[in-house]
Design a protein around this ligand. Structure first.
Ligand SMILES: *Cc1c(COP(=O)(O)O)cnc(C)c1O
Length: 445
């Protein structure tokens, strides 16, 4: 579980305590400490019930361990527990949030923008769709069938009409279906997903943006999962074209707590136009929102927010700058290389049917069988047996047509398939071991 972060934390805590050296001591009584120790021991035992998310043999859902520096920075800041709602509650951490968010915006090509951290991707998307709804009252939100389910639910919360659009056989938004929807004239916001949750599919943002020559609509990019792949130099041509034009979007969501090496509780929403701040606070001139003395509570729907999240993010980005070719970008490239290798192995194995070639670092595959039902059942068995053998995969329910090589691909149904998110850089050196364990789990002998 890598205890390096504790080594990092010690000296940093001493430094921080030194900053407040003049204060009289206020500590827990020894008896209270003893009781807390005992309960904490119990908590640690309870936590053992989890899957080992930090280990490379956990290759299931989107879980990536926070960087040791992020953990240390989070724990360090938690000693103060700043609140980034207002400068009063989190002076340093609010400034660090502004700086960290500026680096994320710069990654997308924006230097003037409006943005802040949120508790996660859901709330970040809610803010983006809320602003979209204010800008185009009475108009619809549309997203692909493979977009995160949260968009439909958020639209309902915001009382915006929502429609989902078909995808192609690789899980990307079907642009002709989008154009048909736009022709009706009632679409306010189009959600383009750059990195869908199930497949890591990248909607053709370039083609979506081109439609703005003929139709008026806002483009919101949900890159909660995939946003950081903007830095990756090994993308396929189509994904590259989409990421290259991300700066033309009206709003972008990215989750530092997914691929950005952060503890949970860290999403980010960005608006290209700083004037969007007016929807948050009506009586301020918009210049207020671009000033350096920004009061973050004025431009966020959430009030109290963990300053520690901002400190952890700032620290991580200072250590691993968000630049193409840097160490952070190389880590993403390693996960992607692992996914491509696993996909190749699957495609060459007669007992499986490979899903679409990974656009990012997520692999899906089905089990070859005479029927959808049998394939689904075998996937469940392999999933269970792999877990018994220490390899943790995930299951996904996907349209059968995503598995073009299967007998039942055109049956119109849904299949339960295996899914692996290879988002840790170490996955590249573990992928052969992972494949071997998949083989063992599939072996009926
Ligand atoms: C994870 C995810 C979300 C939801 O974000 P949370 O941080 O889990 O709230 C939204 N969209 C996409 C594409 C995601 O992958």
């Amino acid at each position: 579980m890598s205890e390096h972060w504790l080594e990092l934390l010690g000296p940093a805590l001493e430094r921080l305590e030194g900053e407040f050296a003049g204060l009289p001591e206020a500590r827990l009584e020894p008896a209270a400490m003893e009781r807390a120790r005992a309960v904490l021991d119990e908590a640690a035992r309870r936590l053992g019930e989890n899957f080992p998310y930090f280990h490379p043999l956990y290759a299931g859902q989107m879980l990536k361990p926070p960087h040791p520096a992020a953990r240390a920075a989070y724990a360090l800041a938690m000693g103060l527990n700043p609140n980034n709602h207002a400068l009063d509650g989190g002076r340093a951490s609010s400034r660090m949030e502004v700086e960290a968010v500026r680096e994320i915006a710069r990654m997308f090509g924006w230097t003037e923008f409006l943005g802040h951290l949120t508790s996660g991707g859901t709330f970040a998307n809610l803010e983006a769709l809320w602003v979209g709804g204010q800008m185009a009252p009475g108009k619809k939100v549309v997203a692909s069938e493979q977009a995160h389910y949260t968009h439909g639910r958020i639209s309902a919360v915001l009382k915006l009409e929502f429609a989902s659009l078909e995808t192609d056989a690789r899980g990307r938004m079907d642009v002709s279906a989008l154009e048909a929807a736009l022709q009706a004239g009632d679409v306010g916001t189009v959600v383009a997903t750059l990195g869908t949750t199930a497949l890591g599919a990248v909607d053709p943002l370039d083609e979506i943006l081109d439609l703005r020559k003929r139709y008026r609509f806002r483009v919101h990019v949900d890159a909660a999962y995939g946003g950081y792949f903007r830095l990756v130099s090994t993308l396929g041509e189509e994904a590259r074209r989409a990421f290259d034009r991300i700066s033309e979007a009206d709003s972008i969501v990215v989750d530092p707590h997914k691929h950005g090496l952060q503890p949970y509780g860290c999403g980010c929403v960005l608006f290209r136009d700083p004037a969007m701040g007016r929807w948050y606070k009506h009586d301020s001139p918009y210049t207020y929102f671009t000033s350096n003395e920004l009061h973050l509570g004025e431009i966020s729907l959430e009030c109290s927010r963990a300053g520690a999240s901002a400190v952890a993010l700032w620290t991580t980005q200072r250590l691993l700058p968000l630049v193409p070719g840097g160490e952070f970008a190389r880590g993403l490239e390693q996960g992607r290389a692992a996914a491509l290798r696993l996909h190749e192995r699957i495609a060459g194995d007669a007992q499986f049917v490979a899903g679409p070639k990974p656009e990012l670092d997520i692999v899906v595959w089905a089990v070859r069988a005479g029927s959808l039902a049998e394939s689904s059942q075998r996937a469940q068995e392999i999933f269970d047996r792999a877990a018994e053998g220490g390899l943790h995969l995930a299951l996904a329910h996907l349209p059968a047509r995503f598995f073009a090589g299967a007998e039942w691909a055109q049956s119109g149904g849904t299949v339960t398939c295996l899914r692996s998110v290879l988002m840790k850089p170490e996955h590249l050196s573990w992928v052969d071991e992972i494949w071997e364990r998949v083989g063992k789990a599939a072996d009926r002998g």
